[in-house]
Ligand binder design. Structure first.
Ligand code: FMN
Length: 369
């Protein structure tokens, strides 16, 4: 499945996101070899950002990082980009700075080094004060405009979920001349506290990523898609072809993979690219635009919703081989009873909330009239 993002023709909608897995030319080469449609560099600035130790912590819910962008000097990136570009793949340089003119300076340097496009990182929560630059539409406008006025290559602005109105920020990026937005960067987090030591797991606030942020990111992408006419690159918690296709169906033109490369290695890129190709072939889809935003019509406002008198029913027969009793445990209305694998539903009590249907491991339940 091909896609077109910011005028760039991508062989697949799968892009590798900014992070330490793309910290130099050699790592970027690995992403291209794995089949990525484009690769974004780790974020480059005028500083050699320090590598705090430790700086990444994970658990079964997600990953917190307190990484502060690339520790390579900007000048080194000229050589790294040359290495990365050898394979002929599409390279997007991620850049950051503390003022519009400084950002334009870094952007010009990366354009001269051969980057095909830029991603403005105005949204990493670590190392920032309480508010990231991307929480202000006005600041995003100033930063983006300065860059757009000084480079010829297309500019994408990476947005934060830590904002009250992401549509407004996306509108300001578009007004300043951005060719696309990416959503989302890591939301601000504290992964947890070591209760024996009485200390947080990492020594400062960080950014949250992995599967846990996918629902937040999907909502951000859908919100932008419904309100702003600008291409969107979806990012957050993607590790399967299904995850990626969900983003496309909610309005994304392409997607990015980050944390999954830590958790599964560069092979995850191939897995997602091939999974999308297989799905696309089975569904006769050649270009991502054919499915872009198709699921948005399924998002209604409460005013538009009709409430059908649905209740929970067990599919086919009244038995369940697993006998796990999950449906009984989660029913707040005491409408489900499981005895020796036999599920009984009291329709009078069932209010059709759907929780048992969505959590049933054997998918035996359904909502119907
Ligand atoms: C260890 C780590 C380092 C990251 N570094 C950057 C970075 O340098 N620049 C940036 O824009 N985003 C950075 N991110 C954010 C990712 O690019 C991505 O937006 C986010 O992690 C959500 O996607 P994921 O769940 O697929 O990782 C980083 C994320 C992680 C986990």
């Amino acid at each position: 499945m091909k896609t077109t993002l910011m005028g760039l023709e991508l062989s697949t909608p799968v892009i590798v996101a900014a992070g330490p897995w793309v910290r130099d030319g050699a790592c970027i080469e690995k992403c291209f070899a794995a089949g990525a449609g484009a690769v974004i560099t780790e974020t480059i600035g005028t500083q050699m950002y320090m590598e705090t130790r430790p700086r990444i912590a994970g658990n079964d819910m997600g990953v917190q990082n307190i990484c502060l962008y690339s520790h390579l000097p900007m000048e080194n990136w000229v050589d790294e980009i040359a290495i990365a570009k050898k394979s002929g793949g599409i390279l997007i340089a991620s850049v950051t700075a503390s003022s519009p003119t400084e950002l334009a300076y870094v952007a010009i340097k990366m354009e001269q080094a051969g980057a095909d496009a830029l991603e403005l990182c105005l949204s990493c929560p670590q190392g920032e004060t309480l508010e990231v630059v991307a929480s202000s539409g006005e600041k995003v406008y100033q930063m983006t405009k300065e860059v757009v006025d000084h480079v010829k290559i297309p500019v994408m602005v990476k947005l934060s979920q830590n904002v009250s109105n992401i549509s407004y920020v996306a509108k300001m990026a578009k007004k300043a001349g951005a060719a696309a937005v990416s959503a989302i960067n890591t939301p601000r987090c504290i992964l947890g506290v070591d209760i024996e030591l009485g200390k947080p797991l990492l020594p400062t606030y960080g950014g949250y990523s992995g599967a846990a942020v996918k629902p937040l990111a999907l909502a951000s992408v859908a919100t932008i898609a419904q309100t702003v006419d600008i291409p969107i690159c979806g990012v957050g918690g993607i590790s399967t072809a299904k995850d990626a296709i969900e983003y496309l169906m909610l309005g994304a033109t392409a997607v990015q993979i980050g944390t999954a490369v830590i958790l599964e290695g560069y092979e995850v890129i191939t897995k997602v690219v091939e999974g999308i190709s297989k799905w696309a072939e089975e569904h006769h889809v050649k270009h991502a635009k054919e499915i872009k935003g198709c699921a948005l019509t399924g998002l209604q406002s409460f005013d538009e919703m009709t409430v059908d008198p649905l209740v929970c029913k067990i599919k086919r027969d009244e038995s369940c081989e697993i006998g796990c009793t999950v449906c009984q445990k989660v029913c707040m209305y005491e409408a489900v009873e499981c005895t020796d694998g036999v599920v009984e539903i009291t329709s009078d009590r069932c209010t059709g909330c759907g929780v048992c249907v969505s959590l049933c491991p054997s998918q035996k339940l359904r909502l119907s009239w």
